[in-house]
Ligand binder design. Structure first.
Ligand code: AMP
Ligand code: MG
Length: 484
C-alpha cells in the first residue's frame, strides 16, 4: 500500500501534523472488503482482523502514512464559526486504487487534535456504525458519497449522555476539502492561502481545467455547482435528509459527507425534519436545494476575494452562477422526478403533474419509497393497479393515462422507473434497532445482515421484505442527534 499526502505540500498553515491516540483494546467489527480490494489493500493485511484492528484504530500507522488534522471553519445553522477543523479525525494520506483514482483515508474518533475545542476526540459505536451503513447504502443507491472502510471498537467507553462503547471509523473520500476550508482562510483575509487551495482543488480534482486559464476559478465554481446539483437531486430521489448541511459538512467534491443526524424520509413531506437540534427546519427535506445554493454562495464569496477586481466579467459571472442555481437545479430535479414517475418526455399540459403527484402524497401521508416502488410494480400487476387506484384515486388514473399515452413498451418504462425507485432504503427504525444491537453486543452481525439487503437496493431478495416496512408511528416522533 503506497501512501502519499499531497495536502502536506500545502504547508503547515493548512493543517496540524498529529498522531492518533492509541486505544486499549481495538476490535474490528465492520470491514468493507470490496472497497479494500479496490484500494489495493494487501491481502496479508486485509485477511487479518487483528492487524486491521491495530491499523484502523490508529494504534499503528500504516507504512508511509503521515497523519494530519485539517483546519477549517464553517457556517453552522447560518452562524459563522471561524475555527472548527478536524477535532477528532486524522487524515492518514492518499492511496491509488485499481483504476488509478486517488482516495483519501481518514480515521474518525481517533483522538483529540488541536482543533478539538474541549471535545474528547472520540466517536461512539452508534454513529460509527450508522456512518458505515448509511454510506454503504447511499453508494449502492447510486448517490455520490464518501465511503467507510472499517469500524473498530476501542474497548474504551466514551461519555455522551451515558457511557457507551467507543469506536473509530475509517472514511474514504475523494476529497476532504469543504466549503469551510476556504472560509477558514477567507475569514483571516489570507488571500494567497485561498488561491493555493483553489489551485490545489483544480490540480487534484478538476484536472480538465487548465491552471493557466484566466477564468479558471469560474470554471471551477461551475463544476462544483454541477456536482452539488447532482448530489442534492440524488438525495431528493431517495428521500435522504442530511440534517446538518453546514458549510463545514459540504465537500466540494459533491460527495455526501458526515452522517451524524441524517435520516431517510418516510411519509412524503418536504417539511420533514428529524434532527433534534434543527428547531427552525433549516435543513428540512425540501429546503436542501436552497441550502446547497446558500453554501455555494459562501464558497463564491471566498472566490470573489481572489479574483482580480479589474476582471469585471468573472466577478459578474461568479454572481450569476449562484443566482442561476435554482433554475439549473430545477431542470435536473424535474428530469429525475419525471423518471421516477416513468414519464420519458414531458408533454404540453403535463408539466405540473409531478408536483401535483407529490402534493397528493403529502396530503394523503403516503410513504415516499413504498409508493414509488408500488407504482413501478403496478405496471405489470392488476392487483397493485387496483390497490393504488383505491389509495391514490384520480391522481393514479391521471398517472396511468400519462404513462400509457407515451406509446413506449411497458417494460422499458418499468426499467427506467426501477432504476430511479429503490425497493429498500435504510429506514430509520431499522437502523436504530441495528445500532442498538451493535452497542449492546459489541459486534455487528445485525449490521451485516442489514447491509446484505442494502447493497442491492433495487432488487427484491428473499430477506428484503424484513426491512421494507414503514415505522408504526410514521416516524412522527423520530429524532436524530449529532454524532459527537
Ligand atoms: P460534526 O458535527 O461531526 O460535523 O463536527 C463539527 C465540528 O466539531 C468538527 O470540527 C469536529 O471535528 C468537531 N467535533 C465533533 N465531535 C467532536 C469530538 N467528540 N471531539 C472533538 N471534536 C469534535
Ligand atoms: Mg463535520
Amino acid at each position: 500500500m503506497n501512501f502519499s499526502n499531497t495536502y502536506l505540500e500545502l504547508g503547515t498553515h493548512f493543517y496540524e501534523k498529529t498522531r492518533p491516540s492509541p486505544v486499549q483494546k481495538p476490535k474490528l467489527i465492520l470491514w468493507n472488503s470490496k472497497l479494500a480490494e479496490q484500494l489495493n489493500i494487501p491481502t496479508e493485511i486485509g485477511n487479518n482482523a487483528d492487524v486491521l484492528a491495530q491499523y484502523f484504530s490508529g494504534n499503528q500507522l500504516l507504512p508511509g502514512s503521515d497523519p494530519i488534522a485539517f483546519a477549517y471553519a464553517g457556517h453552522q445553522f447560518g452562524s459563522f464559526n471561524p475555527q472548527l477543523g478536524d477535532g477528532r479525525a486524522h487524515l492518514l494520506g492518499e492511496v491509488i486504487d485499481q483504476s488509478d483514482q486517488k482516495w483519501e483515508l481518514q480515521l474518525k474518533g481517533s483522538g483529540p487534535t488541536s482543533f478539538s475545542r474541549g471535545g474528547d476526540g472520540r466517536c461512539a459505536i452508534g454513529p460509527a456504525v450508522r456512518e458505515f451503513i448509511m454510506s454503504e447504502s447511499m453508494k449502492a443507491l447510486g448517490v455520490p458519497t464518501t465511503q467507510c472502510l472499517a469500524v473498530v471498537t476501542t474497548g474504551e467507553s466514551v461519555y455522551r449522555e451515558k457511557a457507551v462503547p467507543g469506536a473509530v471509523v475509517t472514511r474514504v473520500a475523494s476529497s476532504h476539502l469543504r466549503v469551510g476550508t476556504f472560509e477558514y482562510f477567507a475569514a483571516r483575509r489570507e488571500l494567497d492561502a485561498i488561491k493555493t487551495l483553489f489551485d490545489y482543488a483544480i490540480d487534484k480534482h478538476f484536472t480538465e481545467i487548465s491552471k493557466d486559464q484566466e477564468d479558471k476559478y469560474l470554471l471551477l465554481l461551475d463544476k462544483i455547482i454541477e456536482k452539488q446539483i447532482r448530489l442534492i437531486v440524488e438525495w431528493m430521489r431517495v428521500g435522504f435528509i442530511h440534517g446538518v448541511m453546514n458549510t463545514d459538512n459540504t465537500a466540494i467534491s459533491g460527495e455526501t459527507i458526515d452522517f451524524g443526524p441524517c435520516a431517510m424520509m418516510g411519509v412524503y413531506d418536504p417539511k420533514t425534519v428529524y434532527s433534534s437540534i434543527d428547531h427552525t427546519g433549516r435543513y428540512a427535506f425540501g429546503n436542501q436545494p436552497s441550502i446547497a445554493q446558500w453554501n455555494l454562495a459562501c464558497l463564491a464569496e471566498c472566490m470573489l476575494l481572489v479574483i482580480d477586481e479589474n476582471n469585471t466579467h468573472s466577478i459578474k459571472q461568479v454572481k450569476s452562477l449562484i443566482t442561476e442555481f435554482p433554475n439549473r437545479y430545477q431542470q435536473a430535479y424535474q428530469k429525475m422526478i419525471a423518471s421516477k414517475l416513468g414519464i420519458l418526455s414531458v408533454q404540453k399540459g403535463n408539466e405540473k403533474f409531478p408536483d401535483t403527484f407529490l402534493e397528493q402524497l403529502c396530503l394523503l401521508k403516503k410513504d415516499y419509497t413504498i409508493t414509488f416502488d408500488l407504482l413501478t410494480k403496478s405496471l405489470n400487476s392488476d392487483s397493485l393497479t387496483s390497490q393504488l387506484k383505491t389509495e391514490l384515486g384520480q391522481t393514479f388514473d391521471h398517472w396511468r393515462k400519462i404513462v400509457i399515452e407515451q406509446s413506449v413498451p411497458t417494460e422499458k418504462i418499468q426499467t427506467i422507473m426501477r432504476r430511479h425507485n429503490p425497493v429498500v432504503i435504510p429506514r430509520n427504525h431499522q437502523i436504530e434497532t441495528v445500532i442498538r444491537t451493535c452497542a449492546e453486543t459489541g459486534e455487528a452481525s445485525s449490521a451485516k445482515l442489514f447491509l446484505d439487503v442494502l447493497r442491492q437496493p433495487y432488487k427484491e431478495l428473499t430477506q428484503t421484505s424484513k426491512y421494507q416496512s414503514e415505522p408504526s408511528d410514521g416516524d412522527q416522533h423520530y429524532k436524530t442527534f449529532c454524532g459527537t
